[in-house]
Design a protein around this ligand. Structure first.
Ligand code: SF4
Length: 256
């Protein structure tokens, strides 16, 4: 999961998922099956969208429980299937006044792009793209964001390999220690966690409270952040692609 503002809408670009054969698809279901974390039913939906001003135009990927509203998954703790033990999930609660887990600190807002995507999935909006060719076609020539919502480690690796096989590039984030470091930034919540990753040759994406916390020998400030003057987008920057970028630096961003 990336700790940045979530896509606020689910507007997709290009031809719809029901386009004619041979047309470039703008959205589709790229995986439906058991979570690798706990075996519960999950679904991964890819949508090509320009709705997120920080990431720029990218294929966004939503990893969702296939059998429940994402707000209920948060409230009951069933989001463990798609988020693992990420500390930003908060604490399950039965409080009827709450719409999500107590103390949830994840920046991905469930009421926007996530919920819109889940409801569209229930309405049958997304075509099935669960073949190697289907996934390749969705990513072809595009920038892909692996794990717009949810942890990519919940999903079989071949799904992502297919999606980025012909892509222009990708960004990826995981809280699952050691998951595909050549592909994904390791989300770190503390300096100690980040240092442990660095020692093992992994690159991190770390949220800090203050610019002064950034370790300039090992980290750069995300250039799309407010503090960096929003100089670029992820689609142009491409720095968050694990060790595949060959950049020696990890990335830090200031929390808001
Ligand atoms: S460092 Fe680049 S790729 Fe990573 S979050 Fe910032 S803009 Fe996006």
């Amino acid at each position: 999961m990336i700790l940045t503002k979530a896509a606020r809408g689910a507007r997709t670009l290009g031809k719809g998922s029901r386009g004619r054969a041979g047309e470039t698809k703008s959205s589709g279901i790229i995986y439906r099956g058991p979570s690798l974390i706990d075996g519960a039913p999950i679904v991964v939906i890819a949508t090509y969208s320009d709705a997120n001003s920080k990431t720029g135009t990218m294929v966004q990927t939503y990893i969702l429980r296939a059998d429940m509203d994402p707000r209920d998954a948060s409230k009951t703790g069933a989001d463990v299937s798609i988020c693992g033990d990420c500390p930003h999930r908060g604490t399950p609660t039965a409080d009827p006044a709450r719409k999500q887990a107590k103390g949830r600190t994840c920046y991905v807002t469930l009421g926007h792009g996530v919920l819109i995507t889940y409801r569209a999935f229930l309405r049958g909006v997304y075509a099935d793209a669960q073949t190697r060719d289907g996934r390749r076609a969705l990513g072809r020539g595009r920038m892909v964001r692996i794990g717009t919502y949810g942890d990519p480690g919940a999903v079989p690796g071949f799904v992502w390999d297919d999606l980025i096989a012909d892509a222009q590039g990708w960004t990826a984030y995981t809280h699952r220690t050691g998951w595909r470091p050549e592909l994904a930034m390791q989300s770190a919540d503390t300096l100690a966690q980040a240092q442990a990753h660095w020692q093992d040759g992994r690159r991190t994406f770390r949220v800090v409270l203050d610019l002064g916390e950034i370790q300039h020998a090992q980290e750069v400030l995300c250039p799309a952040s407010k503090e960096a003057g929003r100089r670029t987008t992820c689609a142009a920057c491409k720095l968050c692609a694990g060790t595949a970028t060959r950049s020696p630096k990890s990335v830090a961003i200031v929390m808001h």
